[in-house]
Design a protein around this ligand. Structure first.
Ligand code: HEC
Ligand code: HEC
Ligand code: HEC
Ligand code: HEC
Ligand code: HEC
Length: 267
């Protein structure tokens, strides 16, 4: 009697496991990284057309750097991507308005620090983070990077306008009125530095294909790229003058190297 019961139980177990695995292994749609083949958040949400907000967020994610780098929904929202049941998959997924949500503005730095540790710790040191924790009135990661962190602002007037939401004479941070202009200029400085580094990389690859020796230049550009990354970390402390100094220094040095490589390349 007991044996039969056990056997039935085992059979039932195997059967339900097979059903579960089959459901979860529903193929990831073409056009989404293979890494998401067994990720139920992606396989299920890819097929949703309603509600609009939920469906639109899927598409926002799909075109993001996060999707391209295999960062799934659960990395930010929580939940269980191994379960294909609506209820179990959503366990722990809370709307950002809840204080316990991983995506509540006050908790974002912690959530994002899993992968952006340096930037998140710089941000936590800033007056913005202190104001955010104390009064809720301070920008958090998504104020500048949009929902799901899909955007990086690179257009100076857009940055200035963003800062001017609070840094204006009748705003919540009226004591720092020079901020919008200064921030716009810092963004312009970041953009031109990204630009010259990209140009130098292009010339280096030209040189490589033409077998020109450029070891020294390659190493210097590598160092300048690291310094540029550091300037972006500094920006997140909202030390605008320091990040501006670093990034301008990188720009000037990269310009010299870019011109050197150029001279060494054959016509
Ligand atoms: C079986 C299908 C299915 C799976 C699996 C699934 N979702 Fe959903 N999800 C939905 C549907 C349907 C909605 C819309 C619910 C509504 O508002 O009507 C939704 C809504 C959401 C929302 C909006 C929050 C809300 O309640 O309005 C988030 C965020 C979300 N899902 C994240 C996830 C994450 C993260 C995973 C994986 C860990 C996941 N989902 C797995 C079907 C699914
Ligand atoms: C890099 C982190 C990150 C990833 C990855 C990510 N999200 Fe989001 N998501 C966010 C943030 C941040 C918000 C905005 C919170 C706010 O508006 O306050 C958000 C908002 C949403 C919302 C609207 C808010 C809500 O809960 O109703 C939905 C729906 C949603 N995401 C679904 C998804 C789905 C589905 C995936 C995967 C296909 C995904 N997200 C991937 C960070 C992420
Ligand atoms: C599981 C790891 C992971 C988590 C969690 C994560 N990210 Fe990312 N993020 C990445 C990777 C990987 C990239 C791509 C890096 C690259 O291209 O060099 C990236 C890129 C970015 C970019 C640059 C986008 C671009 O277009 O240049 C921003 C901004 C960003 N993340 C913000 C966030 C924010 C805000 C959060 C928290 C809501 C977050 N990330 C959470 C891994 C993560
Ligand atoms: C007040 C606006 C603002 C806030 C708040 C903010 N960022 Fe940024 N972030 C920027 C700007 C501006 C850049 C650099 C733009 C560029 O690359 O030219 C940037 C760049 C980044 C990058 C790309 C860095 C690289 O090396 O390319 C990541 C990742 C990132 N931020 C994550 C975060 C995270 C995580 C938070 C919250 C802890 C956050 N940011 C808060 C404005 C902001
Ligand atoms: C949601 C409102 C809000 C937005 C948007 C905002 N700030 Fe602030 N900012 C504050 C608050 C609040 C303080 C802190 C005021 C205080 O208590 O000293 C502050 C302080 C600062 C300070 C002084 C920090 C220090 O350490 O001395 C700088 C610099 C700054 N913000 C830069 C920026 C930049 C750059 C932007 C746009 C990219 C921006 N802020 C957008 C609210 C905001």
């Amino acid at each position: 009697m007991r044996k039969i019961k056990l056997l039935t139980l085992a059979l039932f177990g195997i059967l339900s496991l097979t059903v579960l695995v089959a459901a979860v292994q529903k193929k990831a749609p073409h056009g989404v990284s293979k890494a998401f083949r067994n990720n139920s958040c992606v396989t299920c949400h890819a097929g949703l057309t309603e509600p609009l907000g939920t469906s639109a967020h899927f598409y926002e994610w799909r075109s993001s750097r996060h999707a391209k780098n295999d960062v799934g929904c659960e990395k930010c929202h929580g939940g269980n991507p191994a379960s294909s049941s609506y209820k179990l998959a959503h366990e722990g997924v809370l709307a950002p308005t809840f204080a316990q949500s991983t995506l509540h503005p006050k908790n974002l730095a912690q959530t994002c620090s899993a992968c952006h540790q340096e930037i998140a710790s710089a941000f936590v040191k800033s007056k913005h983070s202190q104001a955010l924790q104390a009064t809720g009135n301070g920008p958090s990661c998504i104020n500048c990077h949009q929902h799901m962190a899909t955007a990086v602002i690179t257009w100076p007037p857009e940055t200035a306008a963003l800062c001017a939401k609070c840094h204006t004479s009748n705003g919540s941070a009226s004591q720092y009125l020079a901020v919008p202009t200064q921030a716009g200029e810092t963004i312009a400085a970041f953009s031109r530095t990204d630009g010259v580094l990209e140009w130098a990389q292009f010339l280096l690859s030209e040189g490589k294909s033409k077998k020109v020796r450029l070891q020294d230049e390659t190493e210097k550009i590598r160092q300048l790229e690291a310094a540029n990354k550091q300037a972006k970390v500094q920006w997140h402390e909202f030390n605008l003058s320091a990040s501006r100094r670093t990034v301008d220094d990188v720009f000037l040095r990269a310009t010299v190297i870019k011109d050197n490589i150029w001279k060494k390349l054959p016509e």
